[in-house]
Design a protein around this ligand. Sequence first.
Ligand code: NDP
Length: 486
Amino acid sequence: MSKFDYDLFVIGGGSGGVRAARVAGATGAKVALAEEDRYGGTCVIRGCVPKKLMVFASTYSEAFQEAAAYGWEISTGAFNWGAFHERLNSELDRLEGIYRNLLKNSGVETFDQRAKVADAHTVELADGTTKTAKHILIAVGGHPSVPDMPGAEYGITSDDIFHLEKLPETMLIVGGGYIACEFAGIMTGLGVKVCQYYRGAQVLRGFDDEARGLIADGMRDRGVDLHTGTNIIEMKLAKDHDPEMEGGTASDAAAGAEPPDGKGKWDGKRGTAGPIWVKSTNGGEMVFDQVLFATGRTPNTKDLGLEDVGVKIGRRGEIIVDEYSQTDVPSIYAIGDVTNRVNLTPVAIREGMAFVETVFNGNPTPVDHDLIPSAVFTQPEFGTVGLSEEEAREQEEIEVYATSFRPMQQAFIDEKGRVLMKLIVSKETRKVLGCHIVADHAGEMIQLAGIAVKMGATKEDFDRVCAVHPTMSEELVTMKVPVRTA
Ligand code: NDP
């Protein structure tokens, strides 16, 4: 008989935590999991899944225009946010149900409440009860961070956007990362007039420069009013700034509002009080119906009792772990966004599985964070794996193979959007070090290109593959001459 209540107690029911709990359960381990919010976590409830459904919804506006250019006689009305939102909510309910069932069917005991660490083997639940476990796994994710600035409380974050009662007419998006650029496209496609402020010189810092440039051009072509080198310095309710303005007042806002569907977290003030006046670093003053902060995310390590038991926390609030996701306290492990390694759902899932393999199957398995393909669902879409041209040329001598062209589907109707197919190749080993695609369905393409790159394919391996014609991605195997070497 074990001296502990459980072999494993997981705190956090997102993608990583749920996967680790049920795979551990399948080994015969006695497992429990606590989740204070909805099961499925950021990805399913307020991230990847609802975001992608909004991407789908938003692309129809362009598809209708293209269909008309192709000869279809169609008449379209306005987008009905209410109808979409209702369907979105029931889909999220369905998915949450699936997550709960997966846990139940794996024999995982669940507690629908917050939990914190009391000591190396004890978890304390919000109702005051304590549970002991041989191992504790922290998989509590992160939350959006908002700049510290006067009036910031009137902005919303990606957590709030899925709860909007109605779509705003105008929106300012602050930030130039994944979330900012994805929502700039989504909102524009849904008919919102979007302005985006990014403090740096070009959006999507860290990715391949050529790809970033093409994406920014594509966003502007679709109607995003993108201002780089621009940040926001102050916000007020427009009515407080100018009493002639329509809209709510600060006291309306302070009175608070419930989330429209009664679910999720909602800061009473956010996005409910009417137009917002914004002052920016370039001296401009503008009024927007909504301001969305997409200014990064912070690990959820506050008030979890971690430091008290000796778990080391990094400068950005992340739990410090080794390659096996083990913390400084040997019985406590952490996976996913709370460790701020590579903040992507499939990575959290892999970290969870590697943890179970290490701890419950006696097979020490480090997490492989190398050559992770990913997609940014901007419009145009971006798929990427490996090194950018800029990173690769710092490392070794390279050849760059790239082509940017108007794809057949758009050229036919005289649309100006271009796509990019780009390979970064090591001069010495001939290995493809990076592959970058800007095009419709780039996310689907990069999943497949990622297999070849991960296998260590050379440029000549790519060349030996026969083209699939006529496609956009055939260019990946037909580029013969480098556009430059570095
Ligand atoms: P990112 O880190 O990608 O981007 C944050 C952006 O906000 C950057 O442009 C940053 O500027 C800017 N910023 C940060 N602080 C401030 C500030 N005080 N004032 C103004 N601008 C600021 O974070 P996101 O919130 O977009 O996304 C979080 C994470 O979620 C991503 O890193 C990614 O791992 C994950 N994600 C993945 C998706 C996918 O796979 N498709 C989709 C959505 C999210 P600067 O560049 O100058 O630092």
